[in-house]
Write a protein that binds this ligand. Structure first.
Ligand SMILES: [Zn+2]
Length: 428
């Protein structure tokens, strides 16, 4: 299967952070990575490949070099598994005349208008009653079938619709899931129970997201673009996986960190503000017979890439962008620069990347926001305070960021995969 088809399959099947992690672990299994549990002692081998899941929505994969030289560095690349969407509240049923609507809240900064009039389904995790009080059963679910829709209001009832309309999250975007005249108590839970083949009484709680069923596709007169849901940040997740499963350098430790909860500020046990990354590195070093001080020394020599999408120049809204530093589709990887360090920045680290790109003939461009605009936050500054290594924020340029369907350059996917491969293999 060619790379684009594999990428599309990954996107189409990764409908919630739970499935991003599930699909990633399947790719890593096939590539010979060994799944570890943090709760058990490890026996790590040089030249070994390993991964560990964190609460089913974050994942860390690492490969040890064959020799692990005295002056080894950590080559770390991070991306995020989450994306803006609606999350279903507990007791979600709301009746309005004969319609059944679900009560939802929005997760992350959504372009709400993009969610109207699309078939929607549900993906996430359900927690079930078990015999063990401290160990309820947890199952993943992706209903896949079109299950609900958020209909627009007809233009005849809102003549101002094309002049900008306020959309209220509690009132205007609740999806309709059916019609019924009977009692709707537990309507959603019962549907879920039937799908999972369990008793509705056994469903204790759930972490379920609504997703749109649009499939990834190639667009443009010469196939220049990729249009798909969730390109922020699954395009980076996919490229990081391709990087870590290719060749790696003999002397170093290579790691990809796929964090959850970037879209809501990173401050969770599985987000990039978590202490887990330090705990994980300490455990790796201790298992290899190395001291904490050796870890700190290695961190000091290391490089972290925080890989997340960048705002691509939009031809219909040119005045929104910096006069001299814009990122365009198909012109290469954007190095994101912000003097307030909302993107992590270090001139030496940027210079390393430029040398790497030039050596491997990978196009890149420097992106800066307008001086009168504020950059959106990402993982780089957060990771670099947890792990004070040189860190830079980079990513593919993206149009319609946080819309239900986003657009990237087809060539940029190839550039990012090649950059990740170069990052993990290049001689220092
Ligand atoms: Zn992002």
């Amino acid at each position: 299967m060619i790379q684009t088809e594999k990428f599309y399959k990954f996107l189409d099947n990764s409908t919630s952070p739970f499935y991003v992690v599930k699909n990633t672990s399947e790719i890593l299994d096939r590539a010979g990575f060994k799944c570890l549990s943090f709760e058990e002692p490890w026996n790590l081998q040089k030249a070994g490949s390993y991964y560990i899941k964190l609460y089913d929505t974050a994942l860390f994969a690492f490969r040890l070099g064959k020799s692990l030289s005295e002056d080894m560095i950590l080559r770390i690349a991070a991306a995020h598994t989450d994306f803006p969407s609606f999350r279903i509240k507990p007791n979600p049923e709301m009746r309005e005349k004969g319609y059944i609507r679900l009560n939802t809240e929005s997760y992350g900064g959504m372009v709400l208008s993009s969610w109207f009039d699309r078939p929607l389904s549900v993906s996430g995790k359900v927690s079930l009653r078990s015999q063990h009080l401290f160990k309820p059963k947890e199952v993943l679910v992706d209903i896949k079938k079109p299950l609900m829709v958020i209909p627009n209001l007809a233009i005849h009832l809102n003549r101002k619709v094309n002049y900008g309309v306020e959309i209220n999250k509690q009132k205007d975007v609740l999806p309709i899931m059916g019609t019924a005249d009977e009692d709707i108590h537990n309507y959603f839970k019962n549907h879920l129970a039937r799908h999972l083949d369990v008793s509705a009484d056994d469903i204790l709680d759930y972490d379920l997201f609504i997703y749109n069923l649009d499939k990834a596709c190639t667009v443009g007169a010469s196939d220049e673009f990729i249009c798909a849901p969730r390109l922020d940040d699954l395009s980076s997740v996919y490229a990081l996986i391709q990087g870590i499963i290719s060749q790696v350098n003999d002397n170093d430790i290579h790691m990809i960190c796929l964090f959850d909860n970037e879209e809501i500020g990173n401050r969770t046990k599985q987000g990039s503000a978590s202490l887990f990354i330090t705990m994980l590195l300490e455990k790796i070093f201790q298992t290899l017979g190395k001291s904490r001080m050796e870890l700190y020394e290695a961190v000091h020599r290391s490089l972290i890439l925080s890989v997340d999408v960048a705002q691509a120049y939009h031809p219909n809204y040119g005045t929104k962008f910096d006069p001299t530093n814009t990122a365009e589709l198909n012109k290469g990887i954007a190095f994101k620069i912000d003097t307030a360090q909302r993107y992590a920045y270090d001139t030496g680290a940027i210079a390393i990347l430029q040398q790497l790109c030039e050596e491997y003939k990978i196009p890149y461009q420097k992106f800066v926001n307008r001086s009168d605009a504020t950059a959106g936050g990402t993982m780089g500054p957060v990771i670099s305070t947890q792990l004070p290594a040189r860190t830079v924020d980079i990513g593919v340029p993206l149009l319609a960021m946080h819309s239900a369907v986003e657009t990237m350059g087809a060539k940029d996917l190839d550039s990012l995969i090649r950059l990740m491969e170069a990052f993990f293999t290049a001689e220092r």
